[in-house]
Design a protein around this ligand. Structure first.
Ligand code: ADP
Ligand code: MG
Length: 466
């Protein structure tokens, strides 16, 4: 690349970043009327079309451009503003500089720009209010979320939403973010999870050597610049001291400057046992709202909306069957729907309520298979073959003991997926290769020995019948 191209390319990247942080109007009337005149190792001279633009740049957009410069240069570059000498062609229209530099200044397509902003915020565009079904279970939470999206930082702050898994917390929270990005393009939205926040915090401590348990300024600034801070699954930070501390400071900084904060969690603040008191009391200062499992009608509405969006070949009767049988949460509901849909697509058959029942029946049964542990398996096998567990664990290798011992090995592997080494330890300190052999042996026998097959079925029945 020629140096001239490098230079243009560099400025293009800076502008692309800046464009994500200002409104289209600001970009069109201010930012696009500047250009990079000079760039060296330490400084960048940016010329503004006139004094008005320069003043605006200096007062309002300096930090944004400065930070974008540093990010793209990957080092500190001093931003110096100047005014372009008045040229003989006085008539400076909006975007004229843009044309000077070819395609560099062409504002992006608004949709593309919005998508970039969504990605940069950490959001996913598919979670919107439009596709969020409201029922009795989430009415209040949805109303609060919409109010906050309309007037961030002005009505309820902070907002704390809690519910069990799969009930729509992440969807609702991201809908707030997506709405704001779309309708208030100048606002900076940051979405993160308790887990990512913690991980970033750890990285920041590690890279900021010598600062003990404190995060670097980059980390701090990232979050403190937000106009809207969305933090999902906050329960993750409970009990992690340094992260809690950092979160506390981020929270306070944003709260004091009246920035919107939204938090979700799997439980209400009062149920946190290892969250610092000063943090949970902050949560209580705003509004706390919970969400319940959706009722039958709401489950149907969710499934129908889903079906209609893609015109899936699933009729209302089948939807009723799913809604009647899957009641735990929306994620499970969607999962069941998708299984039936993929069955329909794979077979090309029309799905009847009966087929749906069978498909659901299998998954419901699998889920209900209660977990068993090694001791329960050992006891069931011993009582089935009428032998003592000490004999199974012991050294004797008589025929009466070898088979049941191998059945225990096989069932433990099959039902608990315990490592071979641990199974060996459990069975009186046997070598893992012995266990592997036993598991394999029964696996082979199952293919052609009817009696073994029956034994295994019977023992399983003993284990799983209540
Ligand atoms: P949570 O964060 O509470 O565990 P999610 O927001 O991840 O739950 O929701 C699980 C799935 O269910 C997502 O695909 C989400 O889009 C969907 N979902 C949840 N609630 C609703 C709702 N009220 N309307 C439509 N889809 C929903
Ligand atoms: Mg979630």
């Amino acid at each position: 690349m020629k140096p001239e191209e490098n230079f243009k390319e560099f400025w293009k990247k800076v502008l692309a970043e800046v464009q994500l942080e200002v409104t289209p109007v600001v970009f069109g009337t201010i930012i696009s009327r500047t250009h990079l005149e000079q760039l060296d190792d330490n400084s960048a001279l940016v010329l503004c079309a006139d004094e008005f633009i320069r003043k605006n740049m200096e007062k309002k957009y300096f930090a944004i451009v400065q930070e974008a410069l540093n990010r793209i240069a990957k080092k500190d570059i001093k931003l110096v503003l100047g005014v372009k000498p008045i040229s003989t062609t006085t008539d400076k229209k909006i975007g004229q500089d843009a044309k000077d530099l070819g395609p560099l200044f062409q504002p992006k397509d608004p949709n593309e720009l919005l998508n970039e902003k969504i990605n940069k915020s950490g959001l996913t565009s598919k979670y919107t209010f439009e596709n969020y079904i409201t029922g009795k279970n989430n009415q209040l939470a949805t109303a609060i979320a919409k109010a906050v999206a309309e007037k961030p930082g002005e009505i309820y702050n902070p907002v704390f939403i809690y519910s069990g898994v799969g009930l729509g917390k992440t969807h609702l929270m991201q809908a707030i973010g997506n709405f704001i990005l779309k309708n208030k393009p100048g606002m900076k939205v940051i979405y993160t999870t308790g887990e990512s926040f913690t991980n970033e915090m750890i990285d920041a401590i590690q890279s900021g050597k010598g600062k003990g348990r404190y995060a670097s300024n980059d980390f701090r600034n990232k979050y403190r610049k937000a106009d809207v801070f969305l933090i999902d699954d906050i329960q993750f930070i409970a009990g992690k001291d340094a992260t809690q501390e950092e979160f506390f400071h981020t929270f306070n900084a944003l709260y004091l400057s009246q920035k919107q904060i939204v938090i979700t969690s799997d439980k209400p603040p009062k149920d946190f046992t290892n969250l610092e008191e000063r943090i949970s009391s902050r949560f209580n200062s705003g509004i706390i709202v919970d969400m319940q499992t959706p009722d039958f009608e709401t489950r149907i509405a969710i499934l129908r909306a889903r079906r209609d969006k893609d015109i899936d070949p699933i009729n209302n009767e089948v939807i009723n069957v799913i809604a009647e049988n899957v009641t735990s949460n929306v994620r499970e509901l969607e999962g069941a729907y998708l299984r039936i849909l993929s069955y329909a697509k794979a077979t090309g058959e029309e799905i009847t309520p009966e087929i749906a029942m069978v498909t659901l029946g299998q998954t419901i049964k699998e889920k209900n298979k209660k977990p068993v542990n090694m001791n329960e398996i050992l006891n069931a096998v011993c009582s089935y073959y009428s032998i003592k567990s000490s004999d199974i664990k012991g050294k004797k290798r008589t025929k009466e003991l070898v088979l049941p011992r191998q059945v225990v090995m096989y069932l433990i592997k099959d039902l608990t997926n315990t490592p071979y080494i641990s199974i060996g330890d459990f069975l009186g300190g046997r070598d893992h290769t012995t266990v592997m052999y036993g598991v394999d042996k029964i696996g082979q026998d199952l293919k052609d020995k009817q009696t073994i097959k029956q034994d295994i079925v019977n023992v399983k029945q003993m284990l799983f019948s209540v």
